[in-house]
Design a protein around this ligand. Structure first.
Ligand code: HAM
Length: 422
């Protein structure tokens, strides 16, 4: 029979890996709360048109990577490939601007893209995202980048490179696009097939092509910053000055573009140089999207955000995996004592202690071995002799000391040991 396996590029996160995930997620929630963000959860599935209209119909995501299906009601739905489009949809749908002049949101959850799976590139992956609605910056831009780096630092990621660029506003884009086509057009035949097509549909994407010959041609293209309109230049210079004031090291990358069409003005990426990242070394991408809320039917609202890949953060900061540790393991020495053991377990848990037992009738030796393996601080041994005196043995597994304790004092004895251990 064919063995059942997870979908290619979609991974199980096993219980032993979970403490690191929880660690990163809770650090993210704590740090962003300090900056005034609150969390939103949106559906994993959205109408397909939301992504086509926001990410752009000539992007790789929309052209090749979306998981799209028609549901039983004949509606075209898509598993979300990113979180910004959903955040904007929710912002508009719930008329958030009417209540909050500035809304600062974070989100945490899985995203889906049918990319070619590789180390650090999956088809289901998890993002930590942040979006600010209603603040045109440029100080908002710099504060967002500063928050991002302070989080990454606290998550243990080191040796990071922050790249920033400005795409300008609606006036800049067509002028730059023309300059790029003028510059690259004469070399059309030397570009890869995708980029030949991009020259007509979305020339900025050529700057992001990984094919070496194309990258070489793109490196000779004019820098985008030369084409910025005056107000865009003032905005970008102010972002850079604030980053300097905040002590955030960064590099201006005048050819930086990103694979989503909604960006305007400030654009940034964080790359990791260390750890176990391999070729997928972009940990975070983000930027301003001042036109998107209006384009999707809301009022004109400036916005900026970023998203981090959790798998890539974890690959950057490989630390010892620690499992959750029990406070106490209860050893039940005879099958007749299962009920008493169940009652004791309930009382331990009600007192806030992490407690477990093996009630399958395993030998005492095997139960003691398991108690040690769980890393529990204490064991309670429930035996016939002691129970006849309404008592149990309480063992300190670290100090290897054991004593008989009246049954109604066992919970307190273990709680005291757990306090000593923590
Ligand atoms: P993105 O650059 O497409 O931006 O993705 C952000 C991050 O998600 C990447 O830097 C990477 O860490 C992670 N990521 C993306 N694709 C994969 C994958 N296939 N496997 C593993 N990790 C992946 C966005 O998604 C925008 N929504 C960011 C944003 C928010 N811009 C403004 N607000």
């Amino acid at each position: 029979m064919e063995s059942l396996r997870a979908v290619k590029g979609m991974n199980d996160i096993l219980p032993e890996e979970m403490p690191r995930w929880h660690g990163v997620e809770s650090q993210y929630r704590q740090i962003t709360a300090r900056y005034g963000y609150s969390e939103i959860r949106t559906p994993l599935v959205e109408p397909t048109s939301l992504f086509v209209r926001s990410i752009g119909d000539t992007t790789d995501i929309v052209e090749k990577e979306m998981y799209t299906f028609v549901d039983k009601g004949d509606q075209s739905l898509t598993l979300r490939p990113e979180g910004t489009a959903s955040a904007v949809r929710a912002y508009i749908e719930h008329t958030v601007w009417a209540r909050h002049p500035v809304a600062k949101w974070i989100y945490v959850g899985p995203m889906y893209r049918r990319e070619r799976p590789a180390r650090g590139r999956y088809r289901q992956f998890y993002q930590l995202g942040a979006e600010i609605f209603g603040d045109p910056g440029p100080h908002a831009d710099a504060e967002l980048i500063e928050m991002l780096l302070s989080f990454l630092h606290e998550a243990g990621a080191r040796d990071l490179e922050v790249l920033v660029n400005s795409l300008g506003g609606p006036d800049t884009r067509p002028r730059y696009r023309k300059a790029l086509v003028d510059n690259l057009g004469p070399h059309r035949a030397r570009l890869c097939g995708d980029c030949q097509r991009r020259l007509d549909t979305n020339p900025l994407r050529i700057l992001d092509c990984k094919v070496p010959a194309d990258a070489e041609l793109a490196a000779g293209a004019p820098p985008m910053l030369d084409f910025l309109a005056d107000d865009d230049r003032v905005h970008f210079e102010s972002v850079l000055a604030t980053l300097r004031a905040l002590g955030v090291p960064h590099t201006v990358a005048p050819h930086l573009v990103r694979g989503l069409d909604y960006y305007t003005r400030t654009l940034f990426e964080v790359k990791g140089r260390g750890g176990d990242l391999g070729a997928q070394n972009t940990i975070c991408g983000g930027g301003r999207y001042d036109g998107l809320v209006q384009a999707l039917g809301g009022p004109a609202t400036p916005a900026i955000g970023f998203a981090l890949g959790i798998e890539r953060i974890l690959a950057m900061s490989p630390e010892a995996v620690t499992g959750p540790v029990l406070d106490v393991f209860v050893v039940c020495t005879s099958t007749g004592l299962r009920e008493a053991t169940a009652v004791l377990l309930r009382d331990l848990r009600a007192a806030g202690l992490a407690a477990d037992a093996d009630l399958r009738g395993s030998s005492m030796k095997s139960q003691m071995r398991r108690a040690d393996k769980t890393g529990a601080r204490a064991a309670i041994i429930v035996g016939d002799d002691e129970m006849s005196r309404d008592a149990v043995q309480v063992r300190d597994l670290e100090r290897k000391e054991q004593s008989e304790v009246p049954r109604n004092q066992a919970v307190a004895a273990v709680a005291q040991m757990a306090r000593r251990g923590s």
